[in-house]
Design a protein around this ligand. Sequence first.
Ligand code: SAJ
Length: 415
Amino acid sequence: ETVSVIGLGYIGLPTAAAFAAARKRVIGVDINRHAVDTINRGEIHIVEPELDVAVRAAVTGGFLRASTQPEPADAFLIAVPTPFKGDHEPDLAYIEAAGKALAPVLKKGDLVVLESTSPVGATERLADWLAAARPDLSFPQQAGEQADVNVAYCPERVLPGHVMRELIENDRVIGGMTPRCSERACELYKSFVRGECVVTNARTAEMCKLTENAFRDVNIAFANELSIICDKLGINVWDLVRLANRHPRVNILQPGPGVGGHCIAVDPWFIVDSAPEEARLIRTAREVNNGKPAWVMNKVEEAIEQAQADGKQGKDLTIAVFGLAFKPDIDDLRESPALDIAIELASRHPGRVLAVEPHISVLPDKLNSPNVILVDLPTASAQADIAVLLVDHKPFKELSMPAHLKIIDTKGIWT
Ligand code: SAJ
């Protein structure tokens, strides 16, 4: 059996490697020629622990090959991005392009699985695009269980940084357009998934993925709102959360500088876009989390004003930001509230900004400004007047800050 994975990014490439490790013949397809060439050399173009070893083994063992053009296969998995367009409206252009690119090589008996995070109804739209491109084949929306081609939705749910383990161990939700489609997709995933493959329909599976991330977003928003309320009332929010969580049915998440990453800050909008009138809590949670970096920025400005009132000039004040990544112990700076705060600070503050991020060796372009320097931990704690803790990286937790420093601690590890 040959499996084709369309889109060799953070999800597609690990999935291709997992199928290859289960001794399927895998053809990976990507429009990015650099990615294709890198993979064919047995190397990787993205950062994820253990992925390099898996891809090298898959390529040298002859199980994985990458190409810029779709080729015939028995199953096609689509793992391409679904960004926004306009005001938080999901953009299905990549899914449409992937569907149209693979349609010419489809044959009777094939299975097409959509893995990309998608708004409800996207799998049906994909099936319509495939049907329009291949009038000689029948699809589930017209032929039901008798369809020539089966179509299913199966979202990934892996945690960046633990992808190779979670891909194999997590349960999978499988939503076929018909029961037969689900059965085919289940058989396929069982070749490497050790978790349970739980079957439902395509629309429920689409909503399930969005629900998981919206659930986390709403819960983080609750924690972030609490942190703002507690600041006003003079209460330590981390103590409060620890105490409240002693209740057997309370489990509050951790406040922070905002919500980053490519999933939790995006997916809830797909629900809001589908049901704008009804999705009130989900929308508000997004707004609360999106507003947190500006609130942190205000706290920093208050500290600057305080220092000025104590007789320091703004340009003589050194501010150190601890952490730029979107969450602890990773090097991923994309969609990071910590990075946004650092950029804002660099543009507003006339003095020096010291950035500490142990997981990178050069500052990202967006933070490249003459007043910003990437420094190590001891330098920052020795030279800063104001310390802004933005990510709870392990090395930061072990540090004790000099007493004279003004600290703004968004993760509660120094307060
Ligand atoms: N965060 C907090 N407080 C918390 C937990 C997280 O502020 O208590 C922040 C993090 O710092 C980060 C953001 O939330 O900025 C998101 O981090 P995360 O670790 O919660 O999630 P992601 O984005 O790395 O991965 C999520 C996961 N979804 C869920 O846990 C429901 C993952 O399983 C999904 O596969 C992934 O989204 C995805 O691809 O959708």
